[in-house]
Write a protein that binds this ligand. Structure first.
Ligand code: GLA
Length: 394
């Protein structure tokens, strides 16, 4: 089982520096940054409903190394092996009034989107190499980590005012307008603001954040990748968003955050059965997440685990974003003593599950899941890590 550690990112950084040197004329890059992926412990599909989410940053992330250049050209190379698209893009720095457009290769859209919306310009040209050890399409926010790493890199070229909220919102805007994925704010917020040893409770209405300690050596967070790739730019995610907006409108609320179960029941007859269930998930999940944050704060892992299971069941039955493979992984995990709770994490339709368990039970859980799961899973034992950083190069 892979136990993720800070040194994985350090090795990735060293390898990426080597790639840069090989490709860009034998000189070392001057800048190196990284931004983490995330796992969401609870609070799923609540961010775009102004609710609560409780993610933690991972030790897996995206690194960008590079240097400014004089000729106003931006040249970027990715080392991602998964993509069959060209691995290098080159384009002139957008001049004032000019605009970058999304296009091919698709991986570069995340980078272009951040460059386009970066407010502290004008930027110089630069050469950069990007590498990541966040599994792509695994529900661990590989995209947000790329956006936030790109933004952090641009901050080294032309510093902005350093406001973390602006940073996260610009990265979200890049995803909306260049990757055409109408995501909420969770992934970019945690990739910017994550803290070692803590989960982060984010109030997606006020944009306030609150760190919740998660560094008890007796418990671990196990991520299990179903290895079913999820594609969130399809129609399911935007459809769920629209259904939530519709429900809020019928209930006469600005968002589902303002509604409670009594409001929902009172308007049940005015909603389709499906939209009713979508709203029921969201209203219940917002409440569960607030309770889960309190449980974690007081180290009540039993309650926390129960809330995780309720969250999964609601995502499976009412929000309908799970899939048989994720359900299998959750059921298998819950069969082993020492497991507090388990649920799908992220947008859904594939990707990963997150399980909270007693440290001593981890190996047994892995073996049991391997035995029961109909496909091949990948396991990561993780610890909450810091958000985006600048690495000093020797
Ligand atoms: C994706 C989005 C997030 C969030 C989750 C579901 O990861 O990027 O903003 O909506 O789905 O909780």
């Amino acid at each position: 089982m892979e136990r993720t550690s800070e040194s994985d990112l350090v090795s990735l950084l060293a390898a990426t520096r080597g790639v840069y040197k090989r490709i860009f004329g034998g000189v070392d890059p001057k800048i190196a940054v990284s931004a983490p992926g995330r796992v969401n412990l609870i609070g799923e599909h609540t961010d775009y409903n102004q609710g609560f989410v409780l993610p933690m940053a991972l030790q897996m992330g995206t690194v960008v190394v590079g240097s400014p250049r004089e000729d106003r050209i931006i040249s970027i190379v990715t080392t991602a092996e998964e993509t069959e698209e060209p691995k290098r893009v080159e384009f002139p720095v957008p001049m004032e009034g000019g605009a970058l457009e999304p296009g091919e290769p698709r991986w570069a859209n995340y980078v272009k989107g951040v460059i386009q919306h970066y407010e502290a310009g004008p930027l110089p040209g630069f050469s950069a190499v990007i590498a990541s050890n966040v599994p792509l399409g695994g529900g661990l926010s590989s995209s947000a980590s790329l956006e936030v790493a790109t933004y952090t890199f641009l901050q080294q070229l032309r510093p902005d005012d350093g406001d973390p909220v602006t940073k996260a919102l610009v990265c979200q805007k890049a995803e909306h307008t260049f990757a055409m994925m109408p995501c909420g704010i969770m992934d970019q917020f945690i990739s910017v603001m994550g803290k070692e040893g803590h989960a982060l409770l984010i109030d997606c209405r006020s944009l306030e954040t609150h760190l919740v300690p998660l560094s008890d050596p007796n418990v671990v967070v196990l991520i299990t990748n179903s290895n079913v790739r999820h594609i969130l730019t399809g129609s399911e995610y935007p459809t769920r968003r629209r259904q939530c907006e519709e429900a809020a409108k019928v209930l006469g609320k600005a968002s589902l955050r303002e509604a409670n179960m009594a409001d929902l029941e009172a308007s049940k007859a005015l909603l389709s059965e499906e939209v009713y269930r979508r709203a029921k998930h969201v209203i219940g999940e917002i409440e569960r997440t607030a309770r889960a944050a309190e449980a974690l704060q007081s180290k009540d892992y039993k309650i926390f685990g129960q809330l995780m299971v309720e969250s999964h069941n609601s995502l499976r039955d009412d929000y309908e974003v799970s899939c048989p493979e994720l359900d299998e992984l959750v059921s298998a995990a819950l069969e082993i003593p020492g497991v507090y709770g388990s649920r799908m994490t992220g947008g859904g339709f594939g990707g990963c599950t997150v399980t909270l368990l007693e440290s001593g039970a981890a190996e047994k859980v892995r073996r049991h899941i391997e035995e029961k799961y109909s496909r091949t899973a990948t396991f990561y034992l993780t610890q909450p890590s810091d958000g985006a950083k600048v690495h000093r190069l020797p």
